[in-house]
Design a protein around this ligand. Structure first.
Ligand code: WT7
Length: 658
């Protein structure tokens, strides 16, 4: 039976008929026929889409390769160039004068870049990279602000087969150093400064600091995009991007690469202290980024797409740097922050640029709800949002109240919301409604994208019946999937394909399916990974950062607690080397440690609560009782059995926040 058959309950929102009539995937029947096609022949289904959505220089004959499972391959004997697909092909098909990127700067200044212009820019940059000796397979670190130049740098790497690793501009010098060192990057592309909320923040200065920390011996040069013209330190290894590209020709032959050639590495948090370099392919990744771009957002040629993510996260890779360009779409890109000059900025920009498809994170929505409640001037109903057709959500579960507000006040009650579940590792959307095909249930990401074998199982990989929760897994390989963790195949296998799970991909989320509709609801992480404002943070990473403050900290344990705006908040329990501080001294030390963590990882990792104790609650065998700490962090009465606790007396200390 089609899982959509039961969808008749009143709290559901069926697809708007006019939208469904024109949709790429239209109605239940449209979804069902694709799902059936994939069910019948998984590989042939993806191969059909791979041929439809991507131009291959040498057509593939191989589909899924399992020889080296779970290091799967897709379309292995095919060759392609990702930037050729995103740019040259669009120009060749008559979209040279079409706007690829509308860019709005922090101060409101707008520029339009056509496909032809973007292609010329990418070619110049690619020629510059070649002139710097960058070769196919070399790694290039990108630490840049939201800008057309940043997208062009990513595309320029793809053009010559170099592997980029974009580091979010909010990460600290330490985090940047770790990523440059782990990838062995030969170049760093950065900017003098970035503009956010009217303030200039240094980027080049952070790169200098990162390189000074050592371990980045492969770096030959730092190339600087001039964004602000602010004063920055300069050394012999630095070059201005505009000076190096000025003399470069506007044409650059693409390097045709094998489908499995890595397109990029992107670091994400896991359950150990060390972030994982998620390695993505060129062919399979592009196929899934393009297909999901078109179907999940039901993109048509006239659409203006806006994804508010930063290019430093996977959302900014798949739905800014690659997906929209791969289907020849027009997109809006924004440099600044949603609350500056006021919290109406997003709504104002949607009206100004006639945005039709808007993709953002629940955290942003929740904070804009708060802002609109406090100040009616920035309520979306004060703005012209008539152009919107489809809304999207990503990064964390969207609570039904925020969903309803988004639907009613932003979407005017007429725009479907696609709640897209996926991960850095999956490359593209995995479980999501399709706007013209799926009835929506607030809080649920609905059904697997056609061709994605998502399921819920128990610890031994056995299917869990609908209505019960379990582990979210993907039973069959998919084209956009992670290929390995850079330099650590063993960790890849252990993290994602644990022996007990019958070869299924373990997502790390808990989930359940509706008894009747089979709709998925994501519960949250089952490992020591937190989701703070849609940003993934490992508790061990923050613990390592805290204990790295060797002068002060003896021991630290970090847990998450629910937070109304950010989803989860970071709560740290710290044992100091000296005596446990009280009152103002404690507050001052907490502030000092927050700053420290900000310097070690980045401001997003700063704990919201810090509590000091003489020691941590441990079992007699020395294990920290994290479950108990989670209850304490929530402010709940402790219901766990504390008879196994070695040191029950410290419990009361743990409740004091600083
Ligand atoms: C984790 C992945 C997906 C790109 C941005 C985050 C959570 C993501 C949803 C959603 C509920 C979600 C999961 C997942 N997550 N989207 N629609 N509903 N939870 O990528 O940093 O790799 O984080 O984000 O916990 O495992 P990421």
């Amino acid at each position: 039976m089609n899982p959509l058959d039961h969808l008749v309950e009143p709290q559901e929102y069926p697809p708007p008929p006019a939208l469904a009539a024109q949709a790429h995937v239209a109605g239940r029947a449209g979804y069902a026929s694709l799902a059936a096609e994939a069910e019948e022949d998984h590989e042939a289904y993806w191969a059909r889409l791979a041929r439809e959505f991507v131009h291959w220089k040498r057509p593939f004959r191989k589909l899924l390769g399992t020889q080296n499972a779970p290091h799967y391959t897709w379309f292995e004997d095919g060759t392609l160039n990702v930037s050729w697909n995103c740019l040259d092909r669009q120009v060749a098909e008559g979209r040279g004068e079409k706007v690829a990127i509308i860019f709005e700067a922090d101060d409101g200044h707008v520029t339009h870049t056509t496909y032809a212009q973007l292609l010329a820019m990418v070619c110049r940059l690619a020629n510059m990279l070649k002139a710097q000796g960058v070769k196919k397979g070399d790694r290039v670190a990108i630490y840049m602000p939201m800008s057309v130049e940043a997208v062009a740098c990513m595309q320029a790497c793809a053009r010559i087969g170099a592997i980029h690793t974009v580091v979010f501009g909010g990460f600290s010098a330490h985090s940047l150093r770790d990523r440059i060192a782990d990838t062995g990057a030969v170049l760093v592309l950065t900017a003098d400064e970035q503009m956010r909320g009217g303030k200039a923040l240094s980027l080049k200065g952070v790169v200098d600091e990162a390189l000074a920390l050592g371990g980045c011996d492969a770096v030959r040069a730092v190339i600087v995009y001039r964004r602000t013209g602010g004063q920055i330190p300069w050394t012999d290894r630095d070059h201005w991007m505009h000076e190096l590209t000025a003399a470069q020709p506007e044409r650059c032959e693409p390097v045709w690469v094998e489908a499995e050639h890595p397109l990029f590495l992107l670091y994400t948090s896991g359950s150990t202290g060390k972030p994982k370099g998620v390695q993505h392919s060129s062919g399979g990744y592009l196929v899934q980024a393009a297909v999901t771009m078109k179907w999940t957002f039901d993109m048509h040629p006239q659409d203006v797409f806006w994804c508010t993510a930063d290019i430093g996260w996977v959302t900014g890779h798949s739905y800014i740097a690659y997906g929209p360009l791969a289907i020849g779409a027009t997109q809006l890109m924004f440099e600044g922050v949603p609350t500056w000059p006021n919290a109406g900025r997003f709504w104002q920009m949607i009206g100004r640029h006639r945005v039709t498809v808007f993709y953002t994170a629940p955290t942003a929505i929740r904070s804009l709800i708060k802002a609109a409640e406090a100040n009616p001037q920035v309520h979306p109903q004060r703005y012209d949002l008539q152009s919107l057709r489809v809304l999207g959500s990503v990064g964390e579960p969207i609570n039904p109240a925020a969903w309803e507000w988004y639907h009613r006040h932003v979407g005017g009650g007429r725009c479907p919301i696609v709640d897209t579940w996926w991960q850095t590792e999956t490359g593209a959307h995995m479980i999501t409604p399709l706007p013209g095909a799926t009835s929506l249930v607030p809080g649920s990401c609905a059904l697997p994208f056609p061709g994605i074998a998502a399921a819920i199982v128990d610890e031994l990989g056995g299917d869990v019946p609908n209505g019960q929760s379990g582990l979210l897994v993907i039973k069959k390989p998919w084209p956009g999937m992670i290929r390995t963790i850079w330099g650590d195949d063993a960790r890849y296998r252990a993290s994602y394909f644990p022996a007990e799970l019958r070869g299924y991909y373990l997502a790390g989320d808990g989930a359940s399916r509706d008894r009747e509709t089979g709709y998925f609801t994501i519960g949250g992480r089952i490992d020591d990974v937190l989701n703070v404002s849609g940003h993934r943070m490992g508790t061990m990473e923050i613990e390592s950062a805290l204990v790295a403050c060797t002068e002060l900290v003896a021991e630290a344990a970090v847990v998450g607690r629910p937070d109304e705006t950010s989803g989860e908040a970071i709560c740290a329990f710290v044992v100091l080397k000296g005596a446990r501080p009280q009152g103002e001294a404690a507050a001052a030390l907490a502030a000092q440690l927050r700053t420290w963590v900000g310097k070690e990882i980045g401001p997003i990792a700063k704990p919201k609560d810090i509590r000091f104790a003489d020691n941590l609650p441990k079992t007699r065998s020395g294990k920290i009782m994290r479950r108990l700490l989670r209850s304490v962090a929530k402010g709940e009465a402790v219901t766990q059995d504390i008879s196994t606790l070695e040191n029950p007396a410290i419990l009361h200390q743990l409740f004091e926040t600083h």
